[in-house]
Design a protein around this ligand. Structure first.
Ligand code: NAI
Length: 508
């Protein structure tokens, strides 16, 4: 059966977007909403979108006119009889979606595909009300649909493989990249997205750093487009907080997904983000206002530096930088009594290192070497509870010596970026371990759906070194005692076998 006519039910933000890409790709679109005003408003807004696109020269006037002519508004659900595919984008309620799918089965042809754009409900559960659950699958687009060029195809437990195959082919015709997932909570993107937000919140909750510091570190040290708090302000906590709770509960209180009371309080106080004018940042007057960075303190005369040799990779990287900065490096086995002590942990906090090696905590500052230390990449220094302000300032001045921005944070297992990136990679590894999607589709979905750098989380893991990430997670678990940091078996085994994180089992 070839799909030429696509029914779209629900003319809200998502239904409009789906109708737009379908009509632009040459499909006839039947648009229905229980609220007739929503249908009329949707058609009008589509007209405006196409007029704008043609005014900007992105599409021709003819394409704009033809696309609009292909969108037929429907007054009754019965009009879906002509569709070969119906995509549902109505309210996110299982009972209402089930009822709709049941009604649709009485209207549409026997081989018509029924797809749901749900982002959080089980496709198997929606299809359960259908006579022919084999024709039901998930078709999860992202907002705004025309710009977010990825779509998750979700196979329910009773979905026929050809249902998903047809949706994959159609996605390509509409110019979108399809990725395929099993029916598990959060599918791929909303599952993989847990790492960043939840670990960012945990770091702030532990008083490691401020919201703005975490964001700056994720952007300028780890190379992400946005930090977790900028992202949550953009999405709105009214959306993000319930997703955090729902994925956590659906995985039966998996510690990796444990949400934070920080967002619960902010939701209660309506500090939702950009949409309410205030979230983690204030959007009142100046939408781009960010807190100012503290000034770089003066470098003390004759500063002597002792670099701890305990973590070999970190030591090598830090030694090269200190040399380039012209630091007065002391190479004795034990730190002299008057030198700044620099430690370079992977996953451990500064206090653990001070304790284990009997260092002077007052003079100890940790440097995060994990992402590289080249000029221009933000550097992160971490104090333990005993670090004295003059030694903290001396380290700040030293590492800002070539004009590179420096963040100074409080003690944390895994600094800020190590712990967040380790969480992101670990969650992605566990999605692969559960066969929710292929490693290639996990990377594709997350790089397109969340804009993560370097081709997605598994590739990030390979690039930074899977064995280092394993070391970081194990140290974090040891220091905190928290099971959320236990390494995924996928990560552990690929490190043991020297395989890429993108590699599937050879015998599978
Ligand atoms: P929306 O609230 O903008 O639009 C929903 C539309 O569905 C409304 O116009 C409403 O009148 C209509 N509707 C509700 N019940 C109906 C019924 N029984 N029959 C016909 N029409 C009905 O919602 P939005 O944001 O477009 O979301 C729709 C679906 O897409 C939900 O399942 C949501 O979870 C999913 N989704 C939303 C995303 C987003 O960022 N907004 C992203 C991905 C998926």
């Amino acid at each position: 059966m070839s799909i030429r006519t696509i029914g779209v039910i629900g003319a809200g933000a998502m239904g409009r977007g789906i109708a737009q890409i379908a009509a632009q790709a040459g499909f006839e679109v039947l648009l229905f909403d229980q609220n007739q005003e929503a249908v009329a408003a949707a058609r009008q807004s589509l007209q405006q979108v196409w007029e704008k696109l043609s005014a900007k020269g992105k599409i021709t006037e003819a394409v704009a006119g033809e696309s609009l002519a292909r969108v037929r508004t429907c007054a009754s659900l019965q009009d879906m009889a002509q569709a070969q595919l119906v995509i549902e984008a109505i309210v996110e309620r299982l009972d209402i979606k089930r009822e709709l799918f049941k009604q649709l089965e009485e209207i549409v042809a026997a081989d018509c595909i029924l797809a749901s754009n749900t982002s959080s409900l089980s496709i198997t559960a929606i299809a359960q009300a259908c006579e022919k659950p084999g024709r039901v699958a998930g078709y999860h687009f992202f907002n705004p649909v025309p710009l977010m060029k990825v779509v998750e195809i979700i196979d329910g437990l009773r979905s026929d493989a050809q249902t998903g195959d047809a949706l994959i082919a159609l996605a390509r015709e509409m110019g979108h990249t399809p990725v395929r997932a099993r029916d598990m909570p959060g599918f791929i993107v909303n599952h993989a997205g847990r790492g960043m937000n939840i670990e960012g919140l945990k770091a702030v909750q532990e008083s490691v750093a401020s919201f703005a510091q975490v964001d700056a570190i994720m952007r300028e040290q780890a190379g992400f487009r946005m930090g977790p708090f900028e992202l949550m302000d953009l999405t709105g906590l009214d959306v993000s907080h319930p997703v955090m709770e729902s994925v956590y509960r659906q995985f039966y209180d998996e510690p990796r997904f444990r949400p934070s009371p920080i967002t619960a309080v902010r939701v209660a106080g309506k500090l939702l983000g950009r949409k309410t004018g205030r979230g983690f940042y204030d959007y009142g007057e100046d939408q781009t206002a960010k807190p100012e960075a503290p000034a770089v303190p003066p470098l003390p005369d004759g500063l002597r530096v002792w670099l701890a040799p305990f973590q070999s990779v970190g030591h090598r990287r830090a030694a090269a930088l200190l040399k380039a900065l012209g630091a007065n490096l002391i190479t004795s086995d034990r730190p002299p009594h008057d030198a700044l002590i620099v430690v370079t942990p992977f996953g451990e906090d500064a206090a653990s290192i001070v304790g284990a090696y009997e260092l002077d905590g007052e003079r100890t500052v940790a440097l995060d070497t994990f992402f590289g230390l080249e000029q221009g990449r933000r550097r992160v220094l971490m104090c333990c509870a005993a670090t004295a302000p003059q030694w903290r300032d001396a380290a700040h001045a030293l590492f800002a010596g070539d004009g590179t921005a420096v963040s100074v944070i409080q003690d944390s297992a895994g600094f800020v970026a190590q712990r967040i990136v380790a969480a992101i990679v670990n969650v992605a590894c566990d999605i692969a371990q559960q066969s929710i999607a292929s490693p290639g589709d996990i990377d594709l979905a997350v790089s397109l759906g969340l804009g993560y750098p370097h081709g997605g989380p598994l590739s990030i893991g390979d690039k930074l070194g899977a064995s280092h990430l394993l070391e970081i997670l194990r140290a974090m678990q040891r220091v905190t005692g928290d099971m959320r940091y236990r390494p995924s078996l996928w990560l552990q085994r690929r490190v043991q076998l020297g395989m890429s994180l993108r590699a599937e089992a050879a015998s599978q």
